[in-house]
Write a protein that binds this ligand. Structure first.
Ligand code: NOJ
Length: 569
């Protein structure tokens, strides 16, 4: 056979030039492992108890060492911090809490030097109420142009004393707040799907659209590799803003609602033309810049609409995050994900934790349902056993990191950090906690500052010992320096998994299911790697093969429950 006869058709992507910004391969995002940094809680250089950009820059080497491909930074923009920075008062500046634009440039340069891409957050659904656009809307009055950028409406009732509809805020309570007009009279109401400090923009307004195209360009010009788009399923509301009552078991962000007709504030068709225009902007830049959607849309076949070829590049796979530790659910969601994302030419993503959900080292050990956004605290029912939660988290992460596509890690999961459950009430800061008067704990428990050094103040988060949320006293055991070099640690497990994933090119692979291990086992082959995860309690007999990675020490030829092994196929 001549060489010509065996040649495969050439994929034009393989001929694409190297990225002009970083010199790295194009389409890096199809297989990338992307690490979420929550700036408030990563590393604090000035000792005020809140993390900052220089702190991140100093600790970036540890992420390159971990083996990730990119970082995503949660918001660090000018903000009153009513929702930890998801309330933006200036999209094109850095809040002094976190540093300056020059600090951002230094961070980005260091990341590039280390071969790490940088994705920033963009929050288009709402601004802060301290944004000059909203302040002008309050001053200028009903019918003004400034007001038309937001969703102001007259109230119902004889004197406009009732909210315009029955919508509830994601964080609890009414989604409308009534203002006092400049002349002192009770006035119109404005919509806020989140906190009252986060007024929703009206995305039918052309002016709003233009402003955000400028914001994209501002950060693209500064060299970012992409944007994580906050609430990417919420920007357009159904005309007429009709009343709507969600099912009792719906997640706060809309997940779990598979009805043909979506809620009037989530997943409206009109959002797609916005992303098409954004995509055009990104494509006009050199390099390979991406958009990733935070869209809590079910089922996955609907979410695929966010990543059609002319829209976003990726969408977080929250169906995967919500599939729990049950083999049949995990298999189903993997199959669905690979099929539906491939049908539109997008890679699947995989995600188990982020700053809005209970950390998976605790979540996978819960014995009662915990809808997204509810959080857990000392009085929650069905609290997890820490050892079981950690064993499952390690096993689940080992499944995730063997899958083809792109995986997202949330800071601290590589240390096996649990949710901080026992935070004192007076320390809590999530608006959910306040707006539900303590009925929902919210998300503070997954946002506690990271432990770096067991023996340092604030476990090395800074040098002063200050911490905006108190760190549990037993976190020395999870500190990065404690775990470094300990082959049984979660940190070393992640490093081995990322290295092996890269050596065997698992991100670019495809999976073939393996049968015969029983209903409680997830078993598949990805290229030269066989992955076997036992979600049950009964040990599973393993084939004889070289062990590449195991989440537990293997004693003989059986895989115990709550464990995953990678074998050389
Ligand atoms: C989703 C973000 O991830 C969350 O933290 C925030 O509270 C809401 N969007 C509102 O911006």
């Amino acid at each position: 056979m001549s060489l010509d006869e065996t040649a495969q058709p050439i994929d034009p992507q393989t001929l694409a030039p190297l990225d002009t910004v970083t010199g790295l391969e194009p389409e890096w995002w199809r297989t990338a492992v992307i690490y979420q940094i929550y700036p408030r809680s990563f590393a604090d250089s000035d000792g005020d108890g809140i993390g900052d950009l220089p702190g991140i820059t100093r600790r970036l080497d540890s992420l390159a060492d971990l083996g990730v491909d990119a970082i995503w930074l949660s918001p660090f923009f000018t903000s009153p911090q009513k929702d930890a920075g998801y309330d933006v008062a200036d999209y094109c500046d850095v809040d002094p809490l976190f540093g300056t634009l020059a600090d951002f440039d230094i961070l980005r340069q260091k990341a590039t030097d280390l071969g790490l891409r940088v994705i920033v957050d963009i929050v288009p659904n709402h601004t802060s109420s301290a944004h000059p656009w909203f302040e002008a809307a309050l001053v200028d009055g009903p019918g003004s142009e400034a007001r038309s950028h937001y969703l102001f409406r007259d109230g119902r009732g004889d004197r406009g004393e009732l909210p315009p509809n029955n919508w509830q805020s994601v964080f609890g309570g009414d989604a409308w707040t009534r203002i006092t007009e400049a002349d002192g009279t009770p006035g119109q109401w404005y919509l806020h799907l989140f906190d009252s400090s986060q007024p929703d923009l009206d995305w039918n307004d052309e002016w709003v659209r233009e402003q955000f195209l400028s914001v994209l360009r501002f950060w693209l010009d500064r060299g970012v590799d992409g944007f994580r788009v906050d609430v990417a399923h919420g920007m357009i509301k159904r005309p007429g803003l009709p009343d709507y009552t969600p099912p009792a078991d719906a997640g706060s962000m809309g997940g779990g609602q598979e009805a043909a007709e979506p809620p009037p504030y989530w997943a409206q068709d009109g959002v797609h033309e916005i992303y098409r225009s954004w995509r055009t902007v990104l494509d006009s830049y050199p390099g390979d810049r991406i958009l990733v959607a935070e869209a809590w849309v079910d089922p996955l076949s609907k979410l695929a609409n966010w990543v059609r070829p002319d829209e976003m590049h990726q969408a977080f796979n929250f169906s995967y995050l919500e599939s729990g530790w049950k083999a049949s659910s995990i298999r189903r969601v993997i199959d669905d994900s690979l099929e539906v994302f491939a049908s539109v030419g997008a890679p699947s993503t995989w995600v188990l934790s982020n700053h809005d959900v209970v950390r998976h080292a605790s979540r996978l050990g819960l014995t009662v349902e915990n809808p997204q956004g509810a959080g857990i605290g000392p009085k929650s029912k069905g609290l997890p056993d820490r050892a079981i939660g950690l064993a499952r988290a390690r096993a689940a992460s080992a499944v995730m990191l063997a899958l083809p596509g792109s995986a997202y890690l949330y800071q601290g999961e590589e240390l096996g950090l649990p949710e901080a459950i026992d935070l004192p009430d007076e320390a809590r800061q999530d608006p959910t906690w306040f707006r539900t008067e303590g009925a929902r704990y919210g998300r503070d428990g997954c946002r506690v500052p990271l432990p770096w050094e067991a023996a340092s103040p604030a476990f090395g988060f800074n040098t002063t010992g200050e911490s905006w949320l108190p760190q549990p006293s037993d976190w020395a055991a999870y500190a990065r320096d404690t775990e470094t070099g300990d082959p049984s640690s979660t940190l070393e497990l992640y490093r081995l998994a990322l290295d092996t994933r890269s050596r065997f090119n698992l991100g670019a692979g495809s999976i073939e299911w393996l049968t015969g291990y029983g209903p409680e086992v997830v078993a598949f082959r990805n290229g030269d790697v066989t992955v076997i995860a036992n979600t049950g309690a009964v040990p599973v007999e393993l084939p004889v093969a070289e062990e590449l990675l195991s989440t537990v020490p293997l004693d003989g030829a059986a895989l115990p429950g709550d464990a995953t092994v990678w074998l050389r196929a």
